[in-house]
Write a protein of this length. Sequence first.
Length: 398
Amino acid sequence: MPRAPLEGLRVLDVSTILAGPLCCQILGDQGADVIKVEHPVLADGMRGHGPAKEGVPLWWKEISRNKRALALDLSTPEGARILRTLVREADVLVENFRPGTLERWGLDPETLHRDNPALVLLRVTGFGQKGPYASRPGFGTLAEAMSGFAHLTGPADGPPTLPAFGLADSICGLAAASAALTALYAREHNGGKGEVIDINLLEPIMAAVGPGPTVYDQLGTVGHRNGNRSHNNSPRNTYRTKEGKWVVVSSSAQRIAERLLELVGHPEVVEEEWFRTGAGRAAHADLLDGHVGDWIAQRTLPELETAFAEAGVALAPVYDARDLTEDPHVRETDMLTRVEDDELGSVLMHNVMWRALNAPGGIRFTGRPLGADTETILDELGMDTDEIENLRERRIIA
């Protein structure tokens, strides 16, 4: 196998529930040796998130893949000492405790950088390390509300709508992985000096929501909920097919919009002055959705896929998880992959997020049971059997 791009890097994942763990999953997928540090009794709450099979948490198998499991109580002097020993050989430490928690345990950035000046310390919180909201509990749901996402999501006459999954956490996890890699690159160009990164759940999803603050600053206007429609173009919506399935159509490009209306039998609207811009089409969404929706409702999904492909217009079916696993493109391009697991056998999960030709990432193993690698990791630190057993008896490790 070719060498993975991050092989040789060590990452300490002392974070919980999604943003930090996803960041570390990405780094582990690219070859980093990730050590997942959990409390020996109060394990990462991700173990209890989502469905389980015979008591085995399924999401955990993916979010903690490529991570060795160390159960260690960091709030004790012995636990903090062991973490500091690990830090000496680490490249990245990812944590998401409330501001001040690491400091209270004697694991503040200054102390950790005395142990390892090259360490990249990535701190994930709800609102950042400073500011009036720093001490507030931080959850993705709050960020989804405050970012403007909920305000813009849902029917125009309905309430603000939250996503049914961890959107803010996931966006933050992706951004955090980018931040960690940026800091590692910078470290190579500034004499090996480490970094402290302050990233919060709110800012990445604010960026994803778009330029609302800039629009308000310059025009004094704020966006509003518009259902599945876009304020920027039309047609763009969900439409029901003859057999009752749902499809989506997007026509943000001018030529695509023209082809679409010609396809559905209304070339006359293409000649209208307002049709020449996305904003003009958005202002006539009722008319355009009527034309497109009526045409789609008279045809089956296979008929629609053929017609849209021939016309060069974008259409996609609305999938659930079963549809996704059965899609031929998803299958052929390995967007989902099977991984062997000691507890579940063969497990289908998302593959590494991107394909690299010369230095690809990969899934070496799935999420491990609590403390599965504690003894091995402590043995690597030079601790003897009696010392390890003493720590276990005192519930400092598991």
